[in-house]
Design a binder for this molecule. Structure first.
Ligand SMILES: *[C@@H]1O[C@H](CO)[C@@H](O)[C@H](O)[C@H]1NC(C)=O
Ligand SMILES: *[C@@H]1O[C@H](CO)[C@@H](O)[C@H](O)[C@H]1NC(C)=O
Ligand SMILES: *[C@@H]1O[C@H](CO)[C@@H](O)[C@H](O)[C@H]1NC(C)=O
Ligand SMILES: *[C@@H]1O[C@H](CO)[C@@H](O)[C@H](O)[C@H]1NC(C)=O
Ligand SMILES: *[C@@H]1O[C@H](CO)[C@@H](O)[C@H](O)[C@H]1NC(C)=O
Ligand SMILES: *[C@@H]1O[C@H](CO)[C@@H](O)[C@H](O)[C@H]1NC(C)=O
Length: 498
């Protein structure tokens, strides 16, 4: 029994000694640790693609130049975002932060490391950067604090597409991509009246961002313009607008005519017919053959190809009207050959202009590969579809063989067109920011892209690769003097091509 007691006494003695040792260590640490790491309360907000600084500093102020500074994500202590030691940044960082992270100053007044400012700067933020970062500093003491980075992504300007529903209503849909988190959607009329959204749907892309689609029914008597407002975290917004009167459905040309006569008594015959056809062919997104022929004749412009804007091996006829793919052209991958684009030589900065592009020749099948649209002047070659966006100044409809027909708008509008168009009409309405495409043979409006043009705009063409037929700009109707001659030139050229 006594032996038991004594051994117990011994062990408790050891315990006490250990406790004492630990206690004194803590005391030593505490007395030495006059310094702590400090960060701002709350979250730091960052935006995809931009730069952010995560403030972190030592208090009281001390030179951090000789200390070790480690910024890391949870459970990634050994592969830090940034590691500073022995006076320089060490190359042990995580791959995804290479060249994107640096030490920065938390304010203009800070002298950086000298003042104990160990703030982290991150460039080209991605969605994956959202979350916790630790700021860890050590010397003969150490401390760390967590900083939370809240990332958002402001999506693209919404694309609005109106579809006539009946005589009195238009169904307008609004699409946009590249958001995080999901934006809220609000519809408004030009009279600043709220319109109710039909249905809002979000979908998540491979990159983690959200696309949004919403639609609303608009009464034509209550609005002439409709706005779709997408708002991120109740602060930042993107807005798209469309003129719905321009998309009135057209049951009664008769009524419109009477209206026109009433309002424009001073017009002569041609002017009246022109105005009437404008309503039918452009505003009502509907084509009545004879009328549109007449109106488009008014608006048709001469377009020639600008050889300078194309690759030298692209085959272009002497009259600059016809183009096809280079001989022995080796396609890279199976993507559309965007590098084969050629611009028109004519430049537009206002008004309405119409041109037609023929996609058949003799008995050959209509072309499967083509791209037709407009571009901001000077925006020439780009082999890569990602560079051919509306925000970069390109708007087009592309026929990509079995992959179908699509626009380059954000998001893409996909069309299924059957039969394949043999002749595509393009109407550029610069002032109201509309680019419309027509199937001339079928007398059908295909689609209208609503956007905003600024600066000079030129026609854009691409003959694709692999078709037997070339792409030909037609019209305007030749002046009566020498029709034979010009037809012949065309035939000669086309013989070289087809
Ligand atoms: C970082 O930049 C260097 C040279 O500036 C470059 O060689 C390297 O590929 C870049 N690394 C990353 C991941 O971008
Ligand atoms: C950051 O973005 C810019 C512009 O988009 C780009 O030029 C640069 O290469 C990017 N840097 C890194 C490290 O990705
Ligand atoms: C990010 O900030 C927004 C706006 O302040 C907030 O609604 C959201 O909940 C935050 N996200 C996280 C993950 O905390
Ligand atoms: C058109 O459609 C709207 C919405 O469905 C409806 O309220 C309206 O009565 C319709 N108008 C006509 C003339 O059919
Ligand atoms: C309006 O158009 C959208 C497609 O953009 C469609 O999903 C919706 O059903 C349409 N609404 C009506 C009432 O037709
Ligand atoms: C109608 O008026 C326009 C513009 O004033 C003029 O150019 C055109 O020649 C006139 N047409 C006729 C048939 O008088």
């Amino acid at each position: 029994m006594s032996e038991d007691f004594s051994s117990r006494g011994q062990s408790s003695c050891v315990c006490k000694m250990l406790l004492l040792a630990v206690f004194s260590l803590i005391l030593v640490e505490a007395s030495d640790s006059k310094h702590v790491v400090e960060v701002l309360p709350g979250q730091i907000v960052g935006r995809v693609g931009l730069t952010v600084t995560l403030p972190c500093w030592i208090s009281p102020q001390t030179d951090a130049g000789t200390l070790e500074i480690r910024w890391y994500r949870p459970e990634r202590f050994n592969t830090p975002v940034l590691f500073y030691q022995e006076g320089k940044i060490q190359e042990v960082q995580e791959e995804e932060y290479r060249n994107r992270s640096s030490l920065s100053r938390r304010s203009a007044l800070s002298n950086g490391l000298k003042d104990g400012d160990v703030s982290l700067r991150l460039d080209n933020l991605t969605l994956q950067d959202g979350g916790v970062f630790y700021c860890y500093v050590s010397g003969d003491w150490y401390d760390s604090q967590a900083v939370t980075l809240n990332i958002s992504a402001l999506g693209r300007t919404p694309v609005l597409s109106p579809q006539p529903l009946n005589d009195t209503h238009v169904n307008v849909s609004c699409r946009s991509s590249g958001w995080f988190p999901e934006p809220s959607v609000m519809w408004m009329s030009d009279r600043r009246r709220l319109l109710s959204a039909g249905r809002v749907s979000h979908s998540r892309g491979a990159d983690g961002t959200f696309s949004v689609h919403s639609w609303t029914l608009v009464s034509l008597s209550e609005a002439s313009q409709v706005f779709c407002l997408l708002t991120l975290n109740s602060v930042e917004e993107r807005e798209g607008a469309v003129d719905v009167q321009a998309f009135r459905p057209s049951p009664s040309v008769h009524d419109e005519t009477i209206e026109l006569l009433r309002n424009n008594a001073g017009m002569n015959g041609s002017q009246l017919l022109y105005s009437m056809c404008l309503i039918v062919c452009v505003y009502k997104s509907q084509v009545i053959e004879k009328c549109c022929e007449f109106m488009f004749m008014f608006l048709t412009v001469v377009i020639t190809l600008d050889r300078e804007s194309a690759r030298p091996d692209l085959r272009i006829t002497q009259d600059l009207k016809r183009v096809r793919d280079p001989k022995d052209y080796q396609r890279r991958g199976d993507g559309f050959p965007y590098e084969l684009c050629v611009c028109g030589a004519e430049t537009f900065t206002s008004g309405r202009h119409y041109w037609e592009v023929e996609l058949v020749y003799n008995n050959l099948d209509p072309k499967s590969f083509w791209l037709i649209g407009v571009a901001v002047k000077g925006n020439y070659q780009s082999a890569d579809k990602t560079g051919l966006t509306a925000s970069a100044g390109f708007w087009f409809l592309c026929s990509d063989g079995p992959k179908g027909f699509y626009t380059n708008t954000e998001p893409t509008i996909i069309l299924s067109l059957s039969p394949r168009p043999q002749c595509v009409g393009v109407l550029l309405d610069y002032d109201s920011g509309q680019l419309s495409f027509y199937d001339v043979t079928e007398s059908k409006h295909l689609l209208t892209i609503s956007t905003r043009f600024s600066g000079p705009v030129v026609p854009l063409f691409n003959p694709g690769v692999g078709d037997e037929c070339s792409l030909t700009i037609v019209g305007p109707p030749e002046p009566k003097e020498s029709p034979e001659e010009s037809t012949q030139t065309l035939l000669q050229n086309s013989q070289n091509l087809v």
